[in-house]
Design a binder for this molecule. Sequence first.
Ligand code: NAP
Length: 282
Amino acid sequence: MKIISGKELAAKLKKNMAKDVSTYMARFGRLPKLSVILVGEDPGSVSYVTGKAKACQEVGILNNTIRFTDTITEAELLKKIEELNSDNTVDGILVQLPLPKHINESRIIEAIEKNKDVDGFHPLNVAALWNKNDCILPCTPKGIIKLLKSENIEIKGKNTVVIGRSNIVGLPVGKLLLDENATVTITHSRTQNLPQVASEADILVVAIGKPKFVTPDFVKQGAVVIDVGVNRDIETGKLCGDVDFEACAEKTSFITKVPGGVGPMTICCLIENTLECFLKHL
Ligand code: NAP
C-alpha cells in the first residue's frame, strides 16, 4: 500500500509554476491576479480562503480577498462581480461557497465572466466540459486525475466507482475518468447495495461528506482509493475523510489521506487555472 501525497505533488507543481511566473513580468509586463470573494465568517470558508491566498503567494501571483459581512445583498455582490469582470488586471474570480441563504448561488456563479471562472463552475464551462470543448476544468476533479497520473496509475479500461454525484466533485470527476477511458459508475444516496457496487472498483473515488463512511467491505483488495471528503471526526474533532483510513488502507494499493491528499491538489489546480486564464487573456 502506498499513500499518495497530494501535499507533496502540489508542492512540486507549485514550485514549477513559481519558476514560470518569475519570468512573466519580463515577458508580459504584469502578473496574474486572482480575486477571491468571501462572504461571512464561516471558519471553514475563512480557512479555505487563507489557503488560497497562501498558495498565490508561494507561486508569486497577485491575490486580493474581498470580504463582505453576511448582510450583503445579492445585488451588491453582483455589482462587485461586474466590477471584477471588467477589470483587465483580474484574471481569475472565485466566490467562496457556500453563500448565505438569501443569496442565489447559481445567479452569482452565472454572473462571473466565463473566462475568469477559475473554479470551473459556470454553466458554460460545465457544458463545455460535457461537450468535450475547451473549458476551465473544475479544480478538485482535475486534481484527482493529476494525483492518479502522478503515480502512473492506469485509468484506461479500469472499473471506477464514484460515490457522490455533486456538481462540483462527483459528476465532473466521473466525466474526467470517462474521458480517460475508464468504465464509470456514479453512485449516490439511493444506490442499492453500495458496499457491493463499490467493492467491484479498481479505482474508488469517495465524495459524500460523511466521516469514515467507507469501511473495508467497500474496498476491493488492491484497489486505488481517493478520499475527497473533509469532515470532523465525531470522537476526536480532528479532520478526517469519508474513508475509514486506518481500517481500509491495508486493503488498497494506493490511497489518499485526509488532510494532505486531494485538498492541496484542489488549491494547486486553482492556481494553475488562474495562470491558464492569464495566458489566454494576453
Ligand atoms: P454534496 O454536494 O453534499 O454531495 C454529497 C453527495 O454524496 C450527494 O451526491 C449524495 O447523494 C451523496 N451521499 C450522501 N450520503 C450518501 C450515502 N449514505 N451513500 C451514498 N451517497 C451519499 O457534497 P460535495 O460538495 O460533493 O462534497 C463531498 C465531500 O467532499 C465533503 O466532505 C466536502 O467537504 C468535500 N470536498 C472536498 C474538496 C477538496 O478539495 N478536498 C472539494 C470539494 C468538496 P444524493 O445526490 O443522492 O443526495
